[in-house]
Design a protein around this ligand. Structure first.
Ligand code: NAD
Length: 276
């Protein structure tokens, strides 16, 4: 049965490194999380991000905006944070309410404060292989793979999902590490057959239990990015019950990619502070 890739343990290690790095900086970095409205899942994520930011010795410069805020008012908030020298990093918690144009707001974040790596500039830098801030979730996946000594150069990596937040940057990061990368999405014809070719399978589809044992090559490393709340607790995009018997290694949900995402956010915040 598969080895469990313990994201909590790796994330704790990263957080300890971040705390040391913060202590060595001339001034504490400031993270501005921006939460619009009261989506309960988003509120939970933002609370964890703020708590861990404080625990790492950084300033929590959170802004909570009303769910019915207009575009111009939201833009003004982002602009003020962009100009505020105490703010090292800006994180706009997604999804935003439907009246807001998320892309337009994201692109008001200066690239050097873009800790989610979502601006046009950061995404372009990633695509071109230039230095810049990278999206937290796929960077966290890469850190987990590295920590577990998974060889990427020449390996076949299959990414399920092509979102701007996870799938696309994940594929680019894996390409940057010389993996042979296949990207699957909702129009992919035979998902299971493609996934079965993977040495490394990263699943970020947002569909509970989408990937079952028949889609996994024996011994493959499987990273489950999905998070779903069910009556029975949290589950991922991977059917862990069946996949565990086939995979060589598997991330649990919870306790896999989730904690790594926040750890990478902290690390990006330190990187942003250093670059200032
Ligand atoms: P998204 O909905 O933006 O994108 C989903 C992608 O999966 C799309 O590209 C779509 O084409 C593809 N897809 C959908 N159904 C599919 C199917 N049946 N077969 C193949 N591909 C399919 O979602 P996202 O923002 O990329 O997030 C994906 C999942 O990861 C969600 O469950 C989300 O909650 C989770 N997530 C977790 C973290 C974390 O920190 N662990 C961070 C971000 C997102």
């Amino acid at each position: 049965t598969a080895t469990t890739i313990d994201g909590r343990a790796v994330a704790a290690k990263v957080r300890a490194e971040v705390a040391r790095d913060v202590a060595a900086l001339p001034a504490p970095p400031g993270l501005a999380t921006v939460l619009v409205g009261d989506d309960p899942a988003s509120a939970v994520y933002v609370r964890s991000k703020r708590r861990q930011c404080v625990e790492a010795g950084m300033l929590d410069l959170h802004r909570h905006l009303p769910g019915d805020i207009e575009q111009s008012a939201a833009a003004a908030v982002v602009d003020r944070l962009a100009d505020d020298p105490r703010v090292t990093a800006i994180l706009l918690q997604l999804p935003l309410p439907p009246q807001l144009d998320a892309a337009a707001l994201i692109d008001r974040i200066p690239p050097e404060k873009d800790v989610d790596g979502l601006t046009e500039s950061s995404a372009g830098r990633l695509a071109l292989g230039r230095p810049g801030l990278r999206p937290c979730t796929p960077t966290g996946v890469l850190a987990l793979l590295d920590e577990h000594g998974v060889a990427l150069a020449g390996a076949h990596a299959v990414v399920v999902g092509r979102s701007d937040l996870v799938g696309k940057p994940m594929a680019q990061l894996l390409l940057g590490r010389d993996a042979t990368v296949t990207v699957c999405h909702s129009r992919t014809r035979d998902l299971a057959a493609t996934c079965r070719q993977a040495d490394v399978l990263v699943v970020a589809a947002g569909v509970p239990h989408l990937v079952t044992a028949n889609a996994v090559r024996p011994g493959a490393t499987v990273i489950d990015v999905g998070i779903h709340r069910t009556n029975a607790g949290l589950c991922g995009d991977v059917d862990a019950g069946s996949v565990r018997a086939v995979a060589g290694a598997l991330t649990p949900v919870p306790g896999g990619v989730g904690p790594m995402t926040i750890a990478m956010l902290l690390r990006n915040t330190v990187a942003a502070a250093r670059a200032h």
